[in-house]
Design a protein around this ligand. Structure first.
Ligand code: MG
Length: 307
């Protein structure tokens, strides 16, 4: 299941949870109301409780809500329940206020090489915050404080269950699904002006995320290719399995000292091909269109806009 958040283009529309049907979107709450119609209890209240507008709230309902969502999707397909055309909606970031948004650095050999750094002996990581989160088709602000704006396509994990000191062998049981993060980076702030990477990573609008969360049962990391295009020029192109430390290792490692909560985002690092790695480096300009893709998840489209 590809779960997402959206709003219809109606000016009074509220955010909703939906499921991607390729050409169209199934509104989970509306479908659930029809699904529960005639059953004991109030179909409207039940649908509202199971499918709140907030993804973190939905995830916190656990396997029960997820199972209902999957059953409702199957029922909707079978019964030809009305869907909404994609051109009539705006996709929203799937999660907007995670408790934690952790990004792993230097997790692909060739990206470490192009950055003239070594893969560290233990994972290096930094944070982003809700102020950075934007959706597909939102613009990435070119803040006047940076002249070295860069992109990084990454596979990101959405935590589905609270994780505390979980061994690597069990870590994937705690994953809800996967999404794409474009780890936008102001290289001058990150690397030249400050010893903390976060200074160039956590600016407003520097975490495009989405367009959907693919549940783990439908995501095959062995088939996932990460690609990033700038104005249709392919810049990054690498298998997710080339990552140096696996998803399971990283989640287990983080959970030893930091409890991971439902809805936390862990982005797993970027492969080679970032603007910093070119000789001379090639940074983003006003108007550049980035397309970050991961096989099985979709495309995240964002245009750079000078502010
Ligand atoms: Mg990164």
């Amino acid at each position: 299941m590809k779960i997402l958040r959206f709003k219809t283009k109606d000016i009074t529309a509220e955010p909703r949870l939906g499921v991607d049907f390729d050409e169209s979107i199934l509104d989970l709450r509306i479908a659930a109301e029809a699904f529960f119609e005639g059953e004991a209890g109030n179909a409207y209240e039940l649908a509202k409780t199971l499918f709140p507008a907030d993804m973190k709230k939905f995830l916190s309902l656990g396997d029960m809500a997820d199972s209902y969502a999957k059953a409702i999707v199957a029922w909707a397909v079978e019964n030809d329940i009305a869907t909404i055309k994609k051109e009539d909606i705006k996709l929203l970031a799937p999660i907007t206020k995670p408790d934690k948004f952790i990004c792993i650095g230097l997790n692909y050999n060739m990206h470490a090489d192009e950055s003239k750094m070594e893969i560290p002996a233990v994972p290096v990581y930094f944070s982003k915050y809700p102020n950075s989160i934007i959706a597909t088709e939102d613009s990435v602000p070119l803040h006047p404080e940076t002249k070295k704006l860069d992109y990084e396509v990454e596979l990101a994990v959405i935590i589905g269950k609270k994780m505390q000191r979980v061994p690597e062998s069990e870590a994937l049981n705690y994953v809800y699904g996967y999404t794409i993060v474009n780890d936008i980076s102001a290289r001058d702030l990150q690397l030249e002006q400050n010893t903390q990477w976060v200074s160039g990573k956590a600016l407003d609008g520097y975490a495009p995320i989405g367009p959907v969360i693919v549940t783990k049962d439908e995501f095959n990391i062995n088939q996932a290719q990460l690609k990033l295009y700038v104005n249709d020029e392919l810049r990054q192109d690498e298998k997710a399995t080339s990552m140096f430390r696996s998803v399971a290792y990283l989640l287990s490692y983080l959970s030893q000292t930091m409890t991971l909560e439902v809805g936390d985002i862990v982005s797993t690092g970027t492969p080679a091909g970032v603007g910093l790695g070119f000789d001379p480096p090639v940074y983003l300009n006003d108007g550049d269109l980035m397309r970050a893709e991961v096989t099985g998840i979709g495309s995240l489209l964002n245009t750079v806009k000078a502010i």
